[in-house]
Ligand binder design. Structure first.
Ligand SMILES: [Zn+2]
Length: 119
């Protein structure tokens, strides 16, 4: 199954385990792990460093006004950014975060303001 859209079969040999359609669109999914720090959520690990997240999606996250959607393939307190090239398509969150979707977006925005090379 395609690791990005979770809908179509993945094509053999794609380095990111994508279907043909997602590979063609240059679509990628980047996972991040969140932890509750007090009443807020914080990103504590991710497939992109804070600096790379800022570069890839910093502006898009600030402009983003849609709530993250809940997707059952995400486990624990993880979330995922789906980018198509330089465009932010969607933000997805694990079911455990379904009551805190606004905080997920806020945590990603905060993380994207950092300039560190690692978490
Ligand atoms: Zn796909």
């Amino acid at each position: 199954m395609c690791k990005v859209c979770q809908r179509r079969p993945e094509v053999a040999g794609d380095p990111y385990g994508r279907c043909e359609s997602c590979a063609k669109a240059g679509r990628r999914a980047y996972q991040f792990r969140l932890r509750a720090g007090g009443s807020e959520l914080q990103v504590v690990a991710g497939e992109l460093s804070p600096r790379a997240l800022n570069k890839a999606a910093g502006q898009a996250l600030l402009a983003c006004s849609t709530r993250p959607s809940v997707r059952p393939h995400l486990l624990g307190s993880s979330c995922e950014l789906v980018m198509a090239g330089r465009r932010l398509e969607t933000i997805r969150a694990a079911p455990a975060l379904s009551s805190r979707l606004e905080q997920v977006l806020e945590a990603l925005r905060t993380a994207a303001r950092r300039t560190d090379a690692s978490w």
